[in-house]
Ligand binder design. Structure first.
Ligand SMILES: Cc1cc2nc3c(=O)[nH]c(=O)nc-3n(C[C@H](O)[C@H](O)[C@H](O)COP(=O)(O)O)c2cc1C
Length: 362
């Protein structure tokens, strides 16, 4: 299995399986001198973790990060940073049936076709457990982006099944287990999730992610476009089936006079572009959105085949998320931050001498 590395100058390579002894990553290219401590990983890893509310998988991982290299006396040294998290809550017997059958909608069948062998425990490498390390690596990326450029990356759940936010407040997002931006709707979400769990089914979701403070100039034409890399990064998250930048697919029905973001000395009048033009950041907020499919591991029986190609009925027990989108918010933030730090470093490498050019819109 190749393609486990991500990024050109800030390169993250992840390893590990859901039910192996540990998962980890190596970050190559982190700027030296950034203060970082093991305790700083706690907040984002807790935000991504399972078992935090009854609406997500009840698997409980401590997710304690060990820094194995690249940090000396609390500061990054510029050498590869190795992070390790030991898996502590494997219950592989929960997943016995997955070894001999293929869950419809999961990656069991394609991994089997590709490699002719697979680690079925908890989905092995196809499990979203792997995304823990992206979140860990992005703790470093977020901190550097914030300190060096004042960039802040935040996400929220923008739709759960049929339910859409009826109000918006960033403050609310971190105060409920759904990352929902309108506190008054949380009881409605809880009710919907309780009913869903009872039915044994699952539901899809939309997650939006926004980066404020990104200066103009990040991103490279033609094959290194910021929006292209963002789309690829978000699409690499498990269960993501669609990505939009700015107005995304709504642009189809718009007119040019409506979609273009007009400019004045006071700045841009709107942000339909999602902060990116020609693959390069405009200096506005970078805005992306992603669609997550409903979890495939469900209690509703479904038709499939076993390893012998015989018909079987699949019912997936075990500890699964009834809506994977709920825990995807910190993962989307992580991928946005990893793309941004990579492009910040790439921009600095090629265009660092260009400096600020006029006019620079506020
Ligand atoms: C945060 C998160 C948690 C997930 N949890 C589960 C889960 O509990 N059960 C499951 O079947 N799929 C889960 N998934 C989705 C699978 O990992 C994914 O559907 C599978 O690997 C197939 O890949 P694809 O859907 O991207 O094609 C989760 C995804 C995310 C982002």
């Amino acid at each position: 299995m190749s393609s486990n590395s991500f990024g050109k100058l800030f390169t993250v390579t992840t390893f590990g399986e859901s039910h192996g002894p540990a998962i980890g990553c190596v970050i190559d290219g982190c700027p030296p001198g950034l203060a970082i401590d093991e305790s700083e990983f706690r907040t984002d890893l807790d935000r991504r973790a399972t078992g935090k509310s009854r609406h997500t998988s009840q698997r409980r991982e401590a997710d304690d990060v060990e820094i194995l290299s690249g940090v000396y006396e609390g500061k990054t040294t510029g050498t590869p940073i190795a992070l390790l998290i030991r898996n502590t809550d494997q219950r592989s017997k929960d997943y016995g049936d997955i070894a001999s059958t293929f869950r419809p909608g999961h990656a069991d069948y394609t991994y089997w076709q590709k490699y002719g062998i697979r680690d079925p425990r908890g989905g092995g490498r196809s499990s979203a457990r792997e995304t823990t390390m992206r979140v860990a690596a992005a703790v470093i990326a977020k901190k550097w982006l914030a300190e060096r450029y004042g960039v802040r990356v935040r996400g929220y759940l923008a739709q759960l099944g049929e339910i859409a936010p009826e109000g918006f407040d960033w403050e609310a997002v971190e105060q409920n287990p759904f990352f929902w931006p309108h506190a008054a709707q949380v009881p409605q979400l809880e009710k919907a999730m309780d009913a869903l769990r009872k039915s044994g089914d699952s539901v899809g979701a939309r997650v939006n992610v926004v980066a404020d403070g990104v200066p103009p100039g990040w991103g490279e034409p033609i094959y290194g476009k910021l929006d292209g890399d963002l789309a690829s990064a978000l699409m690499s998250i498990n269960a993501v089936k669609g990505v939009e930048i700015g107005d995304g697919f709504a642009a189809v029905a718009q007119h040019g006079s409506q979609h273009r973001d007009e400019m004045s000395a006071d700045g841009f009048a709107s942000n339909h572009a999602g902060g990116i033009l020609g693959g390069i950041s405009t200096g506005q907020a970078v805005i992306a959105s992603m669609a997550l499919k409903p979890t495939s591991s469900i209690l509703i029986p479904g038709h499939s085949v076993n390893l012998a190609g015989e018909p079987v009925e699949v019912v997936t027990k075990g500890r699964h998320d009834p809506c994977v989108g709920i825990r995807a918010t910190p993962i989307a933030e992580a991928m946005m931050a990893l793309v941004l730090i990579d492009h910040a470093l790439r921009h600095r490498a090629q265009c660092g001498d260009v400096g600020e050019v006029k006019p620079r819109l506020p």
